[in-house]
Design a protein around this ligand. Structure first.
Ligand SMILES: NC(=O)c1ccc[n+]([C@@H]2O[C@H](COP(=O)([O-])OP(=O)(O)OC[C@H]3O[C@@H](n4cnc5c(N)ncnc54)[C@H](OP(=O)(O)O)[C@@H]3O)[C@@H](O)[C@H]2O)c1
Length: 286
């Protein structure tokens, strides 16, 4: 029997699995197989994005799985090129069509760049019309997040941000909690950077529980109430990454993992002007 994944309740009452499957950097031609295997392993939350170029493959895997739609939780994201009120509606429809779905569970603004206010107005309407069950953002630092909250009707249900042992985001999480925004981690393993998978402390804690470093990291995030979406193209690792509900980290172990925080990204800073320019030039369609 596949693992029963617990759910978090978002600020609008929608329930979201606390663990799902991310498909960033899985080539489109490999994505259908990967998602099919993830669904067989028990994953029900799928995280893709228009910019990943693999929404159609995710859709094919969903369709051939035979899993009832209401058992799935599907997230995709709006790219910078499509920000703005009118473009967002078009981009949403195009994503939905590629996914072969008639509604989405969660739609995120992928980056805090471009006309995100126009996009948010369109997303609020999509949410009210029942086209998407929850709306949120990604890569928003606290100032951008609070500004969006203060000037709109609907507070984002989720902020998906880089979160892993070397960049723990505890203060950001506390601020989000105060505003009712759930933290979703991207890059829970920091994509293996900084030797995460051989980190001595995480290895030692894993050994004490008969668990891998990957399982310790996911468990640590889940115990913090953070939604996780690890990516793997290996069926064995998919199974490993979902087997995290049969052990618990002690308060002392949680405190020891807290010491690994560097407070810095392992990737790049979304507030870096050069990066804002670079991302703004990334086009995903004509
Ligand atoms: N919103 C954003 O801007 C944003 C940015 C990045 C990512 N994301 C989302 O977050 C998801 C996860 O982040 P990510 O894909 O960047 O990185 P990640 O999940 O931190 O790491 C994935 C890497 O870890 C390896 N891995 C997975 N499970 C493992 C295990 N049990 N043992 C050893 N190695 C393991 C994978 O290799 P194999 O595949 O070879 O197993 C892959 O190289 C993405 O897929 C995407 O959905 C969002």
């Amino acid at each position: 029997m596949p693992t029963d994944v617990p759910k978090v309740t978002l600020n609008n009452g929608v329930q979201m699995p606390i663990l799902g499957f991310g498909v960033y950097q899985i080539p489109a031609e490999e994505t259908e197989k990967a998602v099919t295997e993830a669904l067989a392993a028990g994953y029900r939350l799928l995280d893709t994005a228009a910019a990943y170029g693999n929404e159609a493959a995710v859709g094919r895997a969903i369709s051939s799985s035979g899993i009832p739609r209401e058992e799935l939780f599907v997230t995709t994201k709006l790219w910078i090129q499509d920000t703005g009120e009118e473009s967002t509606k078009r981009a949403f429809d195009a994503s939905l069509q590629r996914l072969g779905l008639d509604y989405l569970d969660l739609y995120l603004i992928h980056q805090p760049i471009g006309d995100v206010y126009g996009s948010w107005r369109a997303m609020q309407r999509l949410n009210c019309d029942g086209c998407v069950r929850a709306i949120g953002v990604s890569n928003f630092y606290p100032d951008r997040l609070v500004d969006l909250i203060e000037h709109n009707e609907i507070t984002p249900a989720v902020n998906q941000i880089e979160t892993h042992p070397f960049f723990q985001r505890t203060a950001d999480q506390e601020l989000m909690r105060q505003h009712g925004v759930n933290l979703e981690s991207w890059g829970p393993f920091a994509e293996g950077r900084n030797n995460l998978f051989t980190d001595p402390l995480l290895t030692e804690i894993g050994a004490a529980h008969g668990k891998s470093v990957a399982q310790v990291v996911l468990r640590w995030l889940i115990q913090r109430g953070v939604v996780v979406i690890p990516k793997s193209v290996g069926a064995e690792r998919m199974a490993e990454n979902i087997e995290v509900f049969d052990f618990e980290l002690s308060g002392e172990e949680m405190a020891r993992i807290a010491t690994l925080d560097t407070g810095n990204s392992q990737f790049f800073d979304h507030r870096d002007p050069a990066m804002v320019s670079r991302l703004s030039k990334v086009r995903i369609h004509e």
